[in-house]
Design a protein around this ligand. Structure first.
Ligand code: SAH
Length: 237
């Protein structure tokens, strides 16, 4: 079954962009997923095709108009559309691998890319938009965020990754950051591949990788480490 993605944007030419290349691009060509891009401006009705207006209550910037955005949403996502409707938004739920896995189970996604100061709150409520953030920083628009989200989701669709297990050891899937990688040559600029990796001893290699993953997580991501330790304690009981 094709995973049906619909994106609403004021910059349709930004798509498929990176999603037209490599893994996601090949999956798009094969029909594993489809991408419909809708220009929000096409839903404007006035002569100037206005999509934004000044914020009620004053202040800087402009706000995407609710009537225009809702009309755009309604043309591609009827009320009984089973796909989750998302709004890329810095104040949304943080995007995690857990959420990505959840979205990959859906029949598809409808993704609204904000611009300007954001969108009118009433359309978020009225069309049940789930706000998703890709991190604690501000982009100039939702498009790069939508591309990140779709890239992460598409690689999990059945048949997209070469080996099915190749997703399982990635950072976050195990709750740990990933161990370091090496490839030939055995020595490069005086740096050697750790001996254990060349030993052929798979139990020792697994141990080394887990230890390195734990060490990295402890150093770089105390938040993930605390979660990991907590879970390990519970599982060990
Ligand atoms: N005034 C807003 C920022 C608007 S940025 C605020 O202070 O919260 C313009 C648009 O870019 C947003 O509507 C959203 O769609 C997108 N965007 C910006 N940063 C984002 C992030 N971290 N994650 C997801 N979308 C983001």
């Amino acid at each position: 079954m094709t995973f049906a993605a619909s994106v609403l944007t004021l910059y349709p030419k930004m798509f498929p962009g990176p999603l037209g290349h490599a893994l996601a691009g090949r999956a798009l060509e094969r029909g594993t997923w489809s991408l419909e891009v809708c220009n929000i401006r096409d839903a404007a009705t006035d002569r100037h095709r206005t999509v934004d207006d000044t914020p009620a209550g004053g202040g800087v910037g402009m706000v995407l108009k609710p009537d225009v955005l809702a009309r755009a949403i309604d043309t591609i996502s009827p009320a009984d559309d089973p796909r989750p409707r998302l709004l890329m938004s810095p104040r949304g739920e943080p995007l995690t691998q857990k959420l990505v896995r959840e979205f990959a189970q859906a029949p598809g996604l409808v993704i609204v890319c904000g611009r300007f100061e954001g969108v009118d709150e009433r359309v978020i409520e009225g069309r049940g938009l789930r706000e998703i953030s890709i991190g604690d920083f501000i982009l100039s628009g939702g498009e790069p965020a939508a591309i990140c989200l779709l890239d992460a989701v598409v690689r999990l669709l059945p048949g997209v990754m070469g080996k099915t297990e190749s997703g399982e050891h990635e950072s976050f899937e195990t709750g740990l950051l990933e161990h370091p990688h090496y490839t030939r040559p055995r020595e490069w600029e005086g740096r050697r591949i750790p001996d254990v990796l060349l030993s052929g001893n798979h139990a020792a290699i697994d141990d080394w990788r887990r230890n390195r993953a734990e060490e990295l997580t402890r150093q770089r991501r105390p938040d993930l480490w605390a979660e990991y330790v907590k879970r390990r304690t519970v599982e060990g009981e």
